[in-house]
Design a protein around this ligand. Structure first.
Ligand code: ZN
Ligand code: ZN
Length: 178
């Protein structure tokens, strides 16, 4: 019998109760809200999962794709950020089988479990993929600390004073005018 290929489901659940040995592939697509992601995530969360069943052991490899909307830490302008994190998970029924595996990649589940639900792991994987420093672009110039103008849209008219970082930049650009 052919394994299921690219099963399209809205809930991130895999029936494992009567799964045959071998490799099975799944595609899930859900609203971010359905897996309890915050309001930064308004686009669907797509998941490609490959599940290998060998004896009692299940090994799952997951590729997640989604997009979040965040405010830039420097200029506060909202920007879209595509996230494509991956994770791997072993599902074992015996504690001793878990000992040789990376603790972050193994879950001990009851024997005879009918379904594994990927939602929690997918949500955590997406949240961990959000960078600590959120910049709309690497060289974002941010806001002027005095007038608040977005310096990505051009310079502001605040006076450039000694001790201001911008003064050093000007000096570097125009050494003859000092
Ligand atoms: Zn920015
Ligand atoms: Zn200014």
């Amino acid at each position: 019998m052919e394994p299921h290929l690219s099963v399209w489901q809205e809930t991130m659940r895999i029936q494992i109760g009567s799964l045959s040995e071998g490799t099975h592939q799944y595609h899930f697509e859900a609203d971010a809200a359905d897996i309890s992601l915050g309001e930064e995530f308004r686009k669907p969360v797509a998941v490609d999962a490959t599940l290998d069943k060998t004896g009692k052991q299940l090994f799952l490899r997951v590729q997640v794709r989604t997009t979040g909307v965040f405010s830039c830490d420097r200029c506060t302008v909202p920007f879209e950020l595509a996230l494509t994190p991956e994770y791997r998970m072993h599902y074992v029924t015996d504690e001793t089988d878990a000992e040789s595996l990376d603790p972050s990649e193994v879950q001990v589940v009851p024997a005879g479990l009918p379904i594994i639900d990927l939602s929690d792991d997918v949500r955590q994987t997406v949240l961990l993929a959000v960078p600590l420093k959120l910049l709309c672009r690497r060289d974002c110039r941010g806001l002027c600390p005095r007038c608040g103008k977005d310096l990505n849209t051009g310079p502001c008219s605040c006076p450039v004073e000694e001790g201001d970082g911008r003064w050093d930049q000007l000096r570097a650009l125009r050494p003859g005018e000092n």
